[in-house]
Design a binder for this molecule. Structure first.
Ligand SMILES: C[S@@+](CC[C@H](N)C(=O)[O-])C[C@H]1O[C@@H](n2cnc3c(N)ncnc32)[C@H](O)[C@@H]1O
Length: 308
């Protein structure tokens, strides 16, 4: 029997069949995964969201002045659009495009934005930002601001991150800018706690990817057979999240199966932590050499405005 796989299914199956197995973190985000991520942002251990928001509010006048007026904001990985709300109140843009892979969650969030900003031209694009993003033809090409908060850039290996930043640059004319949040290198105990919280919400978020895969490829992952694992890999300057098999097991899906020995892992996420100077250099190599950087007092997180 021949099984025709969609490109998405093929990507997932190829990742599961490799050794060690891996799944892209974009598959965390079904509706439940998006809601769990929202819960994570409220955890005491999860400093990135709070710290980024505090930087944005403490430096609001300087950020607003640096961005200027009459922008069209294109937010990548918009999630619940909470950070866009604050930004739109601050800079009063003329348009807003929310891009996110998690379609139902995105539509809800954008409905909230439409209520909050009835006079703003708002678009929702439920697409994978790692593929080419087709912006609405009506979107102004001048004064675009690509907004990529949450340090999601850290989910990409540095060469992939640089390629993605170059693609963001390509969305901008010379009068455009990128406003991006970046998580910085810090004490590994702080990092561990942020990705392995006491209440187990990050564990639920990590494990939920298996339920999502079951729906996407028809697999029979049993979540109870897997364990959440998160640690800081200092050599690579990244948090790694994995799912580790609790027992010897076999996962089946139409057309194939994969045996996992007890202790074997599926790599589900990297979250790279940068030094400001290294990230600024990456922006420069991506065609965005003019940067302004704002950080918190502990230098745990940075918000960077980068221009061509
Ligand atoms: C870490 S959350 C950040 C959410 C929000 N921007 C924030 O800062 O709180 C990542 C967001 O990006 C979305 N996302 C992840 N991978 C994506 C992809 N490849 N294409 C589009 N959206 C993606 C997720 O659905 C999620 O809403």
């Amino acid at each position: 029997m021949t099984i025709n796989l969609t490109p998405e299914q093929l990507e997932i199956v190829q990742g599961l069949m490799q050794t060690p197995a891996a799944v892209s973190p974009k598959y965390f985000y079904d509706a439940k995964g998006s809601a769990l991520f929202e819960d994570i942002t409220r955890l005491p251990e999860y400093y990135p969201t709070r710290t980024e928001q505090a930087i944005m509010s403490e430096h609001a006048p300087a950020i607003a002045q640096a961005i200027g007026t009459h922008c069209t904001v294109i937010e990548l990985g918009a999630g619940n659009c909470q950070k866009a709300r604050a930004l739109c109140e601050l800079i009063q843009p003329i348009g807003y495009v929310a891009v996110d892979i998690s379609e139902a969650f995105l539509q809800d969030a954008v409905a909230g934005m439409r209520l909050a900003f009835p006079n703003l031209a708002i678009h929702a694009l439920a697409v994978d930002l790692t593929a080419s993003v087709e912006l609405p033809a009506s979107l102004p090409t001048q004064r675009r601001l690509v907004f990529y908060p949450g340090s999601s850039i850290g989910n990409f290996d540095p060469p992939q991150a640089q390629a993605l930043l170059s693609r963001m640059r390509a969305l901008l004319q010379d009068d455009g800018a990128l406003l991006i949040g970046v998580d910085l290198v810090k004490d590994s105990a702080v990092l561990h706690a942020a990705y392995d919280d006491a209440a187990g919400i990050t564990a639920d978020f990590n494990l939920n990817v298996l339920n999502h895969l079951n729906r996407l490829i028809g697999s029979d992952f049993d979540v109870t057979q897997w364990q959440h694992l998160a640690f800081f890999n200092a050599e690579q300057s990244r948090i790694e999240m994995h799912l580790q098999a609790r027992v010897d097991l076999v996962v089946r899906w139409p057309g194939a199966s994969r045996a996992f020995a007890r202790g074997e892992r599926i790599h589900t996420e990297n979250s790279y932590k940068y030094r400001v100077e290294d990230f600024v250099e990456m922006l420069r190599r991506s065609g965005l050499p003019h940067t302004q950087v704002w950080t918190d007092a502990k230098r745990w997180f940075a918000v960077v405005l980068a221009r061509p």
